[in-house]
Write a protein that binds this ligand. Structure first.
Ligand SMILES: [Zn+2]
Ligand SMILES: [Zn+2]
Length: 341
């Protein structure tokens, strides 16, 4: 229990270190995968290449094309002239909340998040590739097409309520985001020809590499991934160093405590030794049989065992006997010096 504080800090630090390390490797591996992705134009050539490959698929490709709905597109809630294929509607509550430290801070809580999608494809000229499961993309770049903040008008009661509960509502923010038609994006995923018709190509989330639908070019994406990789590397170094420092402190304290224990044990032993010597000097010699200790049969009987009441041990021998009386085998609850006069 003495090291509880240090153990908790060390545990918390290792947890954050572990998370950062996992993220670092994630971005490092993602970068490697993106660098190795095969880059193609959407066109007749791509179909030929895929149909030549085993299982008629390529595990990781990067394509660039224009977003277009395959059927009816989605329309903006506020602005009907905007059409798209993936829509995200979210409502966030903005509050000012009293923190445990006692001051007030701005916070936001997501209250609702809705996604809508329609089938869509990436197009280049008259050729296209259908995109499946866009919502499982690790990066899905969408445009914010409306962002509204409605401040709340608090009454006196709300103010009083807020004062006691520590939460004051500031307002509601409704945001609408959309992957719009006509936008050019880069898609990275697994491409294959459709089982239904070899003319149709589909791009879906790959098995072991990240799925991206981004407005960035491949080189900007790589820069962004590298930036994140660097941030996590820095955090790993920082939390690793903190862990080492705490570990060092714990080891030093443990060593110091052990050294102190060792010294006090040494002192206790030398005191006991000198007491034993002193006792030896003042002890009577030439004792009768019923006056000598039943264990060593040399020293006088000096200790009473309770509750049985037997006076049968010298002080030296009683140090090593704690559980039961050597005469009657009764349990020893207390030992005390016996003075027979
Ligand atoms: Zn003895
Ligand atoms: Zn006894």
């Amino acid at each position: 229990m003495e090291y509880l504080g240090e153990a908790l800090t060390l545990g918390f630090d290792s947890l954050i270190f572990g998370i950062c390390l996992k993220q670092y490797f994630h971005y490092r591996n993602s970068m490697k995968a993106v660098k190795n992705a095969e880059i193609y134009d959407i066109g007749e050539n791509l179909k030929l290449i895929i149909n030549d490959r085993p299982e008629k698929k390529i595990e990781y490709v990067a394509l660039r094309g224009t977003v277009g709905a395959l059927g009816k597109p989605l329309y903006g809630v506020h602005d009907k002239s905007i059409s798209g294929v993936v829509q995200k509607l979210s409502v966030k509550e903005h509050v000012v909340a009293r923190t445990t430290a006692g001051f007030w801070s701005d916070q936001e809580r997501t209250m609702q998040e809705i996604y809508n999608t329609v089938p869509f494809a990436l197009r280049q000229g008259k050729h296209s590739v259908e995109i499946l499961e866009p919502l499982s993309a690790e990066i899905l770049d969408m445009d914010v097409i409306s962002d509204e903040f409605k401040p709340s008008a608090p009454t006196i009661t709300d103010h009083i309520w807020g004062f006691f509960t520590g939460v004051r509502q500031r307002g509601l923010q409704s945001t609408e985001e959309m992957l719009r038609e006509g936008v050019t994006i880069t898609a990275l995923g697994e491409i294959s020809s459709s089982p239904e018709s070899p003319e149709k190509l589909i791009l879906q989330p790959p098995l072991n590499t990240p799925f991206y639908l981004t407005t960035m070019s491949v080189s900007s994406l790589l820069r962004k991934l590298d930036e994140r990789r660097r941030i996590y590397r820095y955090l790993c170094l920082m939390f690793g160093a903190i862990g080492l420092v705490i570990g060092g402190i714990v080891v030093r304290r443990y060593w110091k405590d052990r050294e102190e224990q060792r010294l006090s044990e040494q002192l206790r032993r030398s005191l006991a030794e000198s007491r034993k010597e002193r006792r030896q000097r003042v002890r009577e010699k030439d004792l009768r049989e019923d006056q000598i200790c039943v264990v060593c049969r040399t020293n006088p009987r000096e200790i009473i065992l309770l509750p049985c009441g037997h006076v049968c041990l010298c002080e030296d021998c009683s140090d090593g006997i704690d559980t039961d009386c050597p005469v009657c085998r009764g349990p020893i609850e207390l030992k005390n010096a016996a003075y027979i006069v």
